[in-house]
Write a protein that binds this ligand. Sequence first.
Ligand code: 9WO
Length: 249
Amino acid sequence: MRIDIISLFPEFVALCAGFGVVGRAQERGLLSIHGWNPRDYAQGNYRRVDDRPFGGGPGMVMLIDPLRAAIDAARAADPIRGRVVYLSPQGRALTQARVRELAGQSRIILLCGRYEGVDERLLAAEVDEELSIGDYVLSGGELAAAVVVDAVARLQEGVLNDAGSAVQDSFEGDGLLDCPHYTRPVEHALGAVPEVLLSGNHAEIARWRRRQALLRTRERRPDLLAAAGLSAEEARWLEAQDGTGDEAG
Ligand code: 9WO
């Protein structure tokens, strides 16, 4: 997969993608990231990329032409069309389902704004999809773009060493939050590992994990529970739990 980043700080996004699983994806040639800086396509000695908003008010608005030239340059570098995705708080919510859909593309072009935003005419003409990573405002789209790159990269075939780990993620498999995880040592000053996980009884372990996931999802994200498709037996079991924590069993 090829990802192009249109940004005044394209190296920043690339740096975010340089470590761990995503860095390895690049080393293995499963992912290539290319940055395009509108400043390089801006005119005049000052290479302006922004100007004051019509109608007045605080902040600056990114100019159409340097952004369009940067997008054109990215397009000219590869014949794959690639969807242009703009990261902004006004976008549709990024979900794991949308991540999976993006991960299936052979190319995406991520457009990062700065200042107060981008001239609406550029967005209308060039942007195929506007995405938000959450209901908060950042100082630019770059961190949101890095989130998209990370989420999409780890789903590329061959990136995760264990093929099962992507489907076991929260949201990906059963629509529930993940269960708790434990590793060595069994006994620690901070507590013991739950007995069931040491039992070797895989059916019991699976049931315990599922129930832990149900408890946490009800506690932390009740909104997800409705869509998770509980069996009648599970719903009854959950109903009978008092809701005072994750440790019921
Ligand atoms: C800046 C500003 C300055 C003065 C008055 C009003 C203002 N609004 C903004 C603003 O919202 N700037 C945005 C910064 C413009 C688009 C890029 N920026 C951005 C993207 N901030 N947060 C995101 C983002 C992207 C995806 N998901 C969550 C947040």
